[in-house]
Design a protein around this ligand. Structure first.
Ligand code: NAD
Length: 361
C-alpha cells in the first residue's frame, strides 16, 4: 500500500535531518509518496508567506505530515507557524514519548514513559490582558465582582480554562494510545487540590473516561509530586495525561531524563490530521554543515510509521537507530563522550549507518 505524506523540510538544519529521515524511512521498504511543501522561512522566501495555502491543502489531503523544525522569529507581521498549524487542524494532542536508549547519556537510568499533553486549552489559549489596557480594567472589574476577591491594579491577567470536551478527548486519546501500544497504566496529572474547578473538571473527566477502559490501570498524581516521582521512580509510570501547561513542563523534564531535546520525538495529533516532528528547534547555527543529530526526527518517523499501521517497519527502524547509538561509533558529535571527538560522523552518515543496520550490516 502506498501512503501519501506531506514532507515539510523546515528551517535551519531542518532540511538536513528531514532528508536523513526520509532516506531511513524509505529503507524500511514502506512505500511512501512524499508531497514536499514549504512552510516557515523557506516559504516566505519562495512564496511571500510562511503558511502557504498549498501546504495547508496538502496536509489536509494527506492527513499525515513529517515536519522539520521551524524558526519562530519570522519578523513583524508573521505569527508562529507551529501555532498556526495546531490551530488550523485542531491538533489537540501532543504526544511526547521519553525513552532511554543505551549510548545516550541519561542522568538517572532507565525511563520509558509517554507524555500526552493537551495542546489547545489552559493558560496557553492566548487569553491574556496586559497591564494598563481598558480590556484589563473591564475584566478585572467583572472578576472582582463575581469572585468577591480583589486583584491588584498593577497585575496582568491570563485566563486558564479547561473544558469537559477538551479533557474528555485528551484522556480518551491517552487511553487509546495505551491500548494500541500495549501500555498498562494511565496517570492523570493535575493540581485539583488547589484549582478545584478547572483541574477538578480535568480529573473528574479522566476518572470517567478510565471507566471505559477496564483493562488499563488508572491513577492520578498532583503535578509537583509527579515531577519528584518522575525523577526518583520513573519505572512506576507509563502513560501520563496532562493539561497544557503541566504537559509542557513535564514533557521537557522527561526529555531531560532521557538525554535531552536532541533525542526526543513528538507528534501533534487531531481528529483527522497528525504532524510528526522532533521536539528540538532548527539549530540555525549548524545549518548546512551536515552536523546535527537526526535521531529525534527519525524516532518521530517511527511514530509516524506506527500511525500509518506499519508497525513492523517502525520496530525495525527503531531497533536500527538503537543499535547504531548503542555501538557509539557512527554517531553525531552530541552523542560522543567528548564534544569535539574527531570520530563523530555527520547527519547523513548517521542515516547511512542506520540504513546499513536495517539491511543487516
Ligand atoms: P534549538 O533546539 O534549535 O537548538 C539549541 C541547541 O541545541 C543548538 O544550538 C544545538 O547545540 C542543540 N541541538 C538542537 N538540535 C540538535 C540536534 N538535532 N543535534 C545536535 N544538537 C542539537 O533551540 P533554539 O536555538 O532555541 O531555537 C532555534 C529556533 O527553532 C528558534 O526559532 C525556535 O523558536 C525554533 N524552535 C522550533 C521548534 C519546532 O519547530 N517544533 C521547536 C523548538 C524551537
Amino acid at each position: 500500500m502506498t501512503h501519501a505524506v506531506t514532507l515539510i523540510p523546515g528551517d535551519g538544519t531542518g532540511p538536513e535531518i528531514v532528508e536523513a529521515t526520509r532516506r531511513a524511512i524509505e529503507a524500511t521498504g514502506v512505500d511512501i509518496r512524499w508531497d514536499v511543501q514549504d512552510i516557515g522561512v523557506s516559504a516566505i522566501e519562495k512564496q511571500g508567506t510562511p503558511f502557504p495555502q498549498a501546504a495547508v491543502d496538502s496536509v489536509r489531503r494527506n492527513t499525515v505530515a513529517l515536519k522539520g523544525p521551524l524558526t519562530t522569529e519570522l519578523g513583524a507581521g508573521f505569527r508562529s507557524v507551529n501555532v498556526a498549524l495546531r490551530k488550523e487542524f485542531d491538533l489537540y494532542a501532543n504526544l511526547r514519548p521519553a525513552k532511554t536508549y543505551k549510548g545516550v547519556r541519561a542522568p538517572l537510568g532507565d525511563v520509558d514513559v509517554v507524555i500526552v499533553r493537551e495542546n489547545i486549552e489552559d493558560l496557553y489559549a492566548g487569553i491574556e490582558f496586559d497591564i494598563g489596557t481598558p480590556e484589563l480594567a473591564e475584566v478585572r472589574g467583572a472578576i472582582e465582582q463575581a469572585a468577591h476577591s480583589k486583584i491588584r491594579e498593577d497585575a496582568a491577567i491570563a485566563i486558564k480554562y479547561i473544558s469537559e470536551m477538551g479533557s474528555r478527548r485528551i484522556c480518551r486519546f491517552a487511553f487509546e494510545h495505551a491500548k494500541a501500544n500495549g501500555r498498562r497504566k494511565v496517570t492523570a496529572v493535575h493540581k485539583a487540590n488547589i484549582m478545584k474547578f478547572a483541574d477538578g473538571l480535568f480529573l473528574r473527566t479522566a476518572r470517567e473516561v478510565s471507566e471505559e477502559y477496564p483493562g488499563i490501570e488508572f491513577e492520578d498524581r498532583i503535578v509537583d509530586n509527579m515531577c519528584m516521582q518522575l525523577v526518583q521512580k520513573p519505572d512506576l509510570y507509563d502513560v501520563l495525561v496532562l493539561p497544557n501547561l503541566y504537559g509542557d513542563i513535564v514533557s521537557d523534564l522527561a526529555a531531560g531524563l532521557v538525554g535531552g531535546l536532541g533525542v526526543a520525538p513528538g507528534a501533534n495529533i487531531g481528529e483527522g490530521v497528525a504532524v510528526f516532528e522532533a521536539i528540538h528547534g532548527s539549530a540555525p547555527k549548524y545549518a548546512g554543515q551536515n552536523k546535527v543529530n537526526p535521531m529525534a526526527l527519525m524516532l518521530a518517523g517511527c511514530l509516524m510509521l506506527r500511525h500509518l499501521g506499519e508497525r513492523d517497519a517502525a520496530e525495525r527502524l527503531e531497533r536500527a537507530i538503537a543499535d547504531v547509538v548503542a555501538e557509539g561509533k557512527d554517531v553525531t558529535y552530541d552523542l560522543k563522550p567528548i564534544r569535539d571527538d574527531p570520530s563523530a560522523v555527520g547527519t547523513q552518515q548517521f542515516a547511512d549507518a542506520v540504513i546499513r543496520r536495517m539491511a543487516g550490516g
